[in-house]
Design a protein around this ligand. Structure first.
Ligand code: GDP
Length: 299
């Protein structure tokens, strides 16, 4: 929570100042509610949540003077209501051996790092993990994954640069079965510049995994960089359509994140948020808590 609230401290301070500015000796009326809505939209919270907050305020206190502090308390409450349903722990179905986690997302959003951190968590929990370097286009991504593999004691299946990613995923599944791995985590390329190619590649990966196990991949996890702002909403839309994303990890909440975008994504997509990334180190992956997050944003 400390890393998160530090990461969001600047934006929550800005938000606090803006809210205080709106409500200095002013009554809660149509004008102040409109100003507040603008402030919330600027914080990337999204229209749905902005309206929730202003409605909640208006229903009890319309026409009365109200402090910035009271406004922030209601805001935290409403944000928590939006986030509560999506704050869910990642559940593995270990009747599938391996449980396959396909990790997708735009390059640079933290896929490889998140895979490393997740592998550490799972191996610490006594599970046998295998990693697959499915981003066969970037030598650096393969190298990074190998480093995480060594760090966490997880074998890494990789191929030559430029090799077919689906072929690699297929082989990795076989190896994971042979090795008796509980979980197979597959990295992928996130070249959004060429959407058709990306779509074809991810679809093929999903298809070949299905040959081993019709339910695989069991989890399709997307990493979303919290510092990207509004564009993150589109990224989720795109990868959801292409790869059937069924869970999110919001990364880089320790940096210059604004955080509000997570609320907008939760309201729109209602996908579970399993973890948040709060740094580059192995321990910097935390379960997502709706209450903590709402408090950190509202300041
Ligand atoms: P990929 O291209 O999606 O695989 O992204 P990477 O895992 O290579 O991450 C891109 C950069 O973001 C690297 O420098 C990571 O160390 C950094 N990064 C990833 N997650 C976090 C996070 O939660 N916080 C911070 N501060 N940096 C992160």
């Amino acid at each position: 929570y400390q890393r998160l609230s530090q990461g969001l401290s600047r934006s929550s301070r800005d938000l606090r100042d803006s809210i205080a500015g709106v409500f200095t000796k002013r009554k809660l009326d149509d004008d102040t509610l409109q100003d507040l809505e603008d402030v919330l939209l600027q914080a990337d919270l999204g229209m749905e949540t902005a309206i929730r907050v202003t409605d909640a305020l208006a229903s009890g206190r319309y026409g009365k003077e109200i402090s910035g502090e009271e406004v922030r308390a209601v805001m935290a409450q409403e944000i928590e209501k939006v986030l509560g349903p999506v704050a869910r722990p990642l559940e593995l179905d270990l009747s599938h051996k391996p449980h396959v986690i396909l990790v997708v997302g735009v390059n640079g959003t933290g896929k490889t790092t998140t895979i490393g951190k997740l592998a550490a968590k799972l191996t610490d929990g006594g599970l046998k993990v295998m990693l697959a370097a499915g981003d066969t286009f970037r030598a650096a991504a393969i190298e990074q994954l190998k480093i995480w593999g060594e760090r966490t004691g997880s074998p890494v299946v990789s191929s030559k640069l430029g090799a077919d990613a689906a072929g690699l995923a297929f082989d990795a599944f076989e190896k994971a079965k042979e090795a008796g791995s509980d979980v197979l985590i597959i990295d992928t390329a996130g070249r959004l510049q060429n959407k058709t190619e990306l779509m074809a590649e991810l679809e093929k990966i999903v298809r070949v995994l299905g040959k081993h196990d019709p339910d695989a991949p069991h989890t399709v996890l997307q990493t979303v960089d919290a510092t990207t702002g509004q564009n993150a909403l589109n990224q989720v839309e795109i990868f959801r359509n292409i790869a059937g994303v069924n869970g999110l990890v919001m990364t880089k909440l320790d940096g210059t994140a604004r955080g509000g975008i997570l609320v907008a994504i939760a309201a729109k997509h209602k996908l579970p948020v399993y973890f948040i990334g709060v740094g580059e180190q192995v321990e910097d992956l935390e379960p997502f808590s709706a209450g903590d997050f709402a408090k950190a944003i509202a300041g």
